[in-house]
Design a protein around this ligand. Structure first.
Ligand code: HEM
Length: 460
């Protein structure tokens, strides 16, 4: 492994000149976040000074021990960065993703059991039923499908029903339209395009407010309608309504709203992105794709193919290995950001108080010092035992430490079940784009920036 430390202890990390920083800022304006980070890593190594032209201190940390330091070892020094506190909290309020301190601890304790492996398995039938409805829809059309849209549609239906049972059906369109507006808004804000403060009624702010109001109206209606009959359902809304703290206190409606909106958004786009990239890679690797089909077709049931049945080891599932490898090359969340409260020292470099630290899954997962031939799609990298040979945090699609993704078991189960159910029956063939690497939009969730069109065909 290359020598990654500085020559001079507690020095400033290497980084671009002022002129290069201006160029970088311009690239960030065009949403090329992953491009900027990869170039920085190639030019300066895994720890790079990213101080912005306006003087805001920033640093890229793309070295496993540095990532572990921020997420685990010295996590108490690293709070949510301003993007979570300002832009994301406008929508998510004080939900799990954006809250901190005592409130986060209390909510995390109450919510964690809802996403344990037992609860997640109880959604198997729901996930398979929704996937079959999607396959039925595909069977009636002759033109190619827009893969990302289809994956978003099925994952939104699944998380909607997991949260609200059947109730969400009537509101699905409102939610989908509002989320689309918000996503476009976030792309602008996280893409570092200057936006007016939310109290100024610009067209952008008005659209954002209206979309949040639409979602709120639906979510508060659902909470109200359910009150009093929470015991009759076994979904996430009922669990939130009946949850009690150690002192017997129930969650306020606003808090329930914040958690539900967080699950609704964080819980479907990311999984849809993971599946879209998995299929894109499979379509470009016909040998792996066929092997996956054969493994699934050999199994007696989809639950056996994904290792959910008694007696089979879940980690040995080839379906899971394909999803994990796709999330390595195309991590749905390509960066995690934090803000250093006090100054710190990482790998011998000085991190001033107030620095934005950027931990990048995208860069670490493609580091040739950690992953041989990093752009090659090889699911066997995740075969049982293989991970033991790699350093901790050379792979962290779900983050790490206390704030690791609470929905990771749900997401992995969902992605595997959808992938296995579809790959058993149909073969998706790439129709467009025909060029090598699709453009990537990495403003929030990393998704293709051009439609990935697939023809739905039979296996022959
Ligand atoms: C492939 C799918 C998914 C990926 C790649 C993913 C990724 C992540 C990552 C990287 C974080 C950490 C963010 C940080 O530390 O700043 C996170 C947090 C979170 N995720 Fe996920 N996620 C996925 C699916 C889900 C699902 C299905 C749900 C819920 C149903 C969910 C809910 C959350 C929540 C609530 C948090 C905040 C946790 C906390 O701070 O305590 N995610 N996710």
């Amino acid at each position: 492994m290359a020598n990654r430390g500085p020559a001079d202890p507690a020095s400033t990390p290497p980084g671009p000149s002022i002129a290069e920083r201006l160029g970088q800022a311009r690239r960030l304006l065009t949403d090329d976040l992953t491009g900027v980070l990869v170039s920085a890593r190639e030019a300066y190594g895994p720890i790079v000074d990213l101080t912005m032209p306006d003087g805001t201190p920033g640093v890229l940390l793309a070295e496993p021990t540095a990532v572990q330091h921020v997420l685990e070892t010295n996590a108490e020094n690293y709070r949510r960065a301003s993007v979570y506190r300002e832009e994301l909290s406008e929508l998510f309020g004080d939900g799990l993703l954006t809250s901190e301190g005592e409130l986060w601890h209390r909510q995390h304790r109450l919510i964690r059991p809802m996403f344990g492996s037992g609860s997640v398995r109880s959604f198997t039938d729901l996930i398979l039923t929704e996937t079959e409805a999607m396959l039925d829809r595909w069977a009636t059309r002759s033109e190619p499908i827009d893969l990302l849209r289809e994956m978003e549609r099925v994952t939104l239906s699944i998380i909607g029903k997991a949260m609200f049972s059947a109730d969400v059906e009537a509101h699905a369109e409102t939610i989908r339209a509002a989320l689309e507006t918000l996503r476009r808004g976030f792309q602008r804000e996280v893409g570092v395009v200057p936006t007016a403060p939310e109290w100024i009624p610009t067209p952008h702010n008005r659209r954002t407010r209206a979309a949040i109001d639409d979602i709120d109206a639906v979510v508060y209606d659902l909470i109200e309608a359910r009150r009093g009959e929470a015991d009759e359902y076994d979904d996430l809304l009922s669990k939130l309504l009946t949850a009690r703290t150690d002192d017997g206190e129930r969650m306020a409606d606003e808090q329930i709203r914040d958690e539900l909106v967080t699950f609704l958004l964080a819980g479907h786009e990311t999984t849809a992105a993971a599946l879209t990239w998995t299929w894109y890679l499979l379509a470009n690797h016909p040998g792996v794709h066929r092997r996956l089909h054969e493994r699934v077709a050999e199994a007696d049931a989809i639950t056996d193919a994904v290792g959910f049945s008694a007696g089979t080891a879940g980690d040995a599932s080839f379906v899971k290995q394909c999803v994990q490898e796709a999330m390595r090359i195309y991590p749905p969340v390509p960066v995690i950001t934090r803000e250093a409260e006090d100054c710190d020292e990482i790998s011998g470099y000085e991190i001033p108080a107030g620095s934005e630290v950027v931990l990048s899954q995208f860069v670490v997962h493609r580091d040739p010092d950690l992953w041989a031939d990093p752009l090659a799609f090889r699911p066997e990298r995740f075969a049982p035992g293989a991970a033991e040979e790699r350093p901790a945090y050379s792979y962290f699609p779900f983050g790490g430490g206390q704030r690791m993704c609470i929905g990771r078991l749900f997401a992995l189960a969902e992605a595997q079940l959808i992938l296995a159910r579809v790959v058993r029956d149909v073969r998706l063939r790439l129709r467009s784009p025909t060029h090598d690497t699709p453009a990537v939009d990495s403003a929030v969730t990393m998704v293709p920036d051009e439609p990935i069109e697939m023809a739905v065909t039979d296996w022959v």
